[in-house]
Ligand binder design. Structure first.
Ligand SMILES: Nc1ncnc2c1ncn2[C@@H]1O[C@H](COP(=O)(O)OP(=O)(O)OP(=O)(O)O)[C@@H](O)[C@H]1O
Ligand SMILES: [Mg+2]
Length: 299
């Protein structure tokens, strides 16, 4: 029978990007770019966000693609963030149809109509992408934020460098743990994610995983849930020091709820650890699967 550690290893690898998924992401990027260049003057586009850093969980949804606008489009930068989002939205509707295209706070989401099965598999296809209009600003970028009604600064390279450093300092287990907690976040809370945005999980993990990898997934995850619960009410600034706080996406009621659900998760992890210690391996595996969702294996 599968041990709990083996199950965690398998779970971790199921949340890793494989070549077929990367090929599909790249094909979608090219498809969206080939269309958008007929509508806007675009200097370049690139896959970014958690996808690029390997901290995105499965199924692959909302992969970020930055579209760096050329100087000819600079007038958008002088207008309210709504304007460029509206323009991208209207353009993408022409290609993908109104029901597949949705305005978000900082991007336009394009859904490819991929079916996610009961095991969270998509036949290696990307479900949706977030199309982000961006202007280069030195080494940084400016992107529209309709919620704040202004353009915000960001730097994907700084976020990537911090994630890489944390991963290396944690025996190359940090990104796997982040993907697992993000996977939990997608399944806990009955369709209303406990932690929003899920980027906050990664930002908190930069601080909340410290002291080095202890050698066991079950202990690491249990204590991570505990620490996330204890620090969910803190203010979490942009790790690059450019954009608005990452913790600004929730109010105190939502933070109270996130804390409660994180505490529940920590308690459930403790129970699963106890079951394994008592030799009830099958029960322990079921408890972990119930905690995380269908990609946690029972065999
Ligand atoms: N408040 C912010 N200030 C500056 N940059 C931000 C901020 N929020 C997000 N970003 C950058 O934009 C990227 C995309 O944001 P998003 O909310 O999609 O997070 P993500 O890391 O891609 O996580 P997810 O797995 O949920 O997609 C982030 O990875 C980060 O680099
Ligand atoms: Mg994203």
């Amino acid at each position: 029978m599968l041990t709990v550690e083996e199950a965690f290893r398998k779970f971790k690898s199921r949340l890793e990007l494989n070549q077929r998924e990367q090929d599909n992401a790249s094909a979608r990027q090219n498809e969206v770019r080939d269309f958008l260049v007929t509508k806007f003057s675009i200097d370049r586009s690139f896959l970014t966000g958690s996808y690029k850093r390997h901290t995105k969980t499965k199924p692959l949804k909302d992969i970020d693609i930055f579209f760096q606008l050329a100087e000819a489009e600079r007038h958008y930068r002088d207008e309210a963030p709504d304007k460029v989002i509206d323009a991208f939205h209207d353009a993408l509707v022409e290609k993908y149809g109104a029901s597949a295209v949705r305005k978000q706070t900082r991007s336009v989401n394009v859904d490819f109509g991929v079916v996610v099965d009961a095991e969270d598999n998509t036949d290696y296809r990307v479900v949706s992408v977030d199309v982000v209009p961006a202007f280069a600003d030195g080494d940084d970028y400016e992107i529209p934020d309709r919620g704040l009604g202004k353009w915000i600064r960001t730097n994907p390279e700084t976020h990537a460098a911090k994630a890489t450093a944390a991963h290396q300092a944690y025996s190359s287990e940090w990104k796997g743990l982040v993907r697992m907690v993000k996977y939990w976040n997608n399944h806990a809370g009955q369709g209303d994610k406990p932690i929003k945005p899920s980027f906050l999980i990664e930002v908190m993990a930069l601080d909340c995983l410290y002291g080095g990898w202890g050698g066991r997934f079950d202990y690491e995850i249990q204590s991570l849930f505990e620490t996330l619960a204890d620090r969910i009410h803190d203010t979490w600034p942009d790790p690059a020091g450019l954009g608005p706080p990452i913790s600004g996406g929730m109010d105190n009621t939502q933070r109270d709820r996130a804390r409660r659900l994180l505490k529940d998760a920590a308690a459930q992890a403790t129970r699963a650890i106890d079951q394994a210690r008592r030799g009830q391996n099958g029960e322990a595996l079921k408890a972990w699967r119930q905690l995380f969702g269908p990609k946690f294996p029972l065999s």
